[in-house]
Write a protein that binds this ligand. Sequence first.
Ligand code: MLC
Ligand code: AMP
Length: 492
Amino acid sequence: MIQLLERSKNFKDRTALVSNGKSYSYDLLSEASQNVAANLLNGKADLNEDRITFLVPQSFEYTAVQWGIWAAGGIAVPLCVLHPLPSIQYVLEDTQAEIVIAHSDYFEFLNPLEVAIDISVIPLESILQENTSVLPEVDSTRRAMILYTSGTTSRPKGVVTTHDNIEAQVTTLVNAWEWEKDDHILNILPLHHVHGIINVMSCALWCGACCEFLPKFEAEKVWEIIRSGRLTLFMAVPTIYYKLISYWENANSEKQKKLSGAASKLRLMVSGSAALPVPVLEKWKEITGQTLLERYGMTEIGMGLSNSYRGERRPGHVGLPLPGVEMRLVDSENNPVKENEPGEFQIKGPSVFKEYWQKPEATQKAFTHNGWFITGDIGMLNNGLYKILGRDSVDIIKSGGYKISALEIEDVLRKHELVDDCAVVGLPDEEWGEVVSACVVSSQTVIDTDSISDWLKEQLPVYKVPRNYIVRKELPRNVLGKVTKNELKKMF
Ligand code: MLC
Ligand code: AMP
């Protein structure tokens, strides 16, 4: 948000980002973002909330583009570098963006869209070229960012946050987890979701701290960086801790000691985006001495609940509301529930998003009449701390920390020539939390599910592609004809 640009003046030659082995100061970041803003404005006074999409890998340039869009008065829409063309096209069309800023690696990939939907691909280099312009006064109540998230509808919805929303999301974490300017954090998370953008990158830049990018998660590289001793903070999804533990377990005992010793020195390690299995928390504590701090969040609200930085971090719990976050736990009639009774989390406060992009009905449905955001997450207060029990919908799957709509996958899968009908569920999995699994109805008795997966990978991000298939003559249904997904899960 624009407030970050103003604050960066306090940090001048401190290192803001480490990217591709190079360090970049706050001054350099600010200068690059002003060039981006001037090039985007190209004579205009203000972008006035034009949606500016960008397909740029995690890097100094990513952040410069994000800040530049904000400085010019635009709305930043980061695209995922791992997504196939139809997923990118969907976001470009939904936001009605006119341009996409792209790293040269993606020119050829984007080429078909220049013809199909008349989008202009602007090379990253040209948008970074030196330029000056008078920058607009951007009011902090204006829209700043759109992130796409799956829900109970088939296609992802664009979650719109204002500059003020983002400031609230950042400052609550900075306060709760005692961020300071000498912190150094590694970002291994994708930069089209709040975990990487807000909790890691923006919190660091708010404080004058350093955010180091590692564009692709690799357990060995992450351990190497932990061993370097330069990190003070680390944040990841449970799957990443699972993968780091597996790497540690395969190392020899001498190496294990070194890895453990290095990890024990960080001041804080956080897990979130999906339930942290207690065995993972316990194993991590055993090998590093670190009790992972688990917190709960959502694209629409930033972070909502967190275990304590200085006090108790209870396994299997997500703690208490963060400063500035109002939270209530209610039954189906929106009446508060008692301790130890399950209810749904509802959230209010300055960090809660403004709207779903151009979906007024969906936005209205997402809030109660008196302004509580309905999360769809079920939890309970247990002995003074909250615990997440699950979701109110079987159609939402969390895999590797990504939120996935079963309905979206079903809609695509039904278009395959061998698929007459299908139903998708998430099956519990130690490593991924849940794995996407599909029951296919087909007139063929034997079908090549690998070829179905290959076909799906051209339409959907790889983490949405089913890992397990069963083929049946029909789907289990109740008397009303609705697929009984809990029954289906048992069939796998
Ligand atoms: C990938 N693979 C999967 C999979 N994803 N298998 C099952 N389920 C999945 N979900 C397979 C690939 O097909 C491949 O198989 C192998 O795993 C390696 O693939 P990869 O793409 O290289 O995986 P990797 O880089 O290891 O990815 C794991 C990960 C990634 C954990 C780094 O999933 C990730 O970045 N997750 C974070 C998502 C995130 O940021 N969520 C936050 C949302 S915000 P093969 O056979 O080809 O080897 C939010 C709010 C909040 O939730 O509270 O924070
Ligand atoms: P997303 O839409 O990608 O932002 O995902 C948000 C969802 O992730 C929430 O609604 C929860 O279902 C889930 N989530 C986030 N943190 C946790 C956690 N600590 N435990 C369980 N679920 C979580």
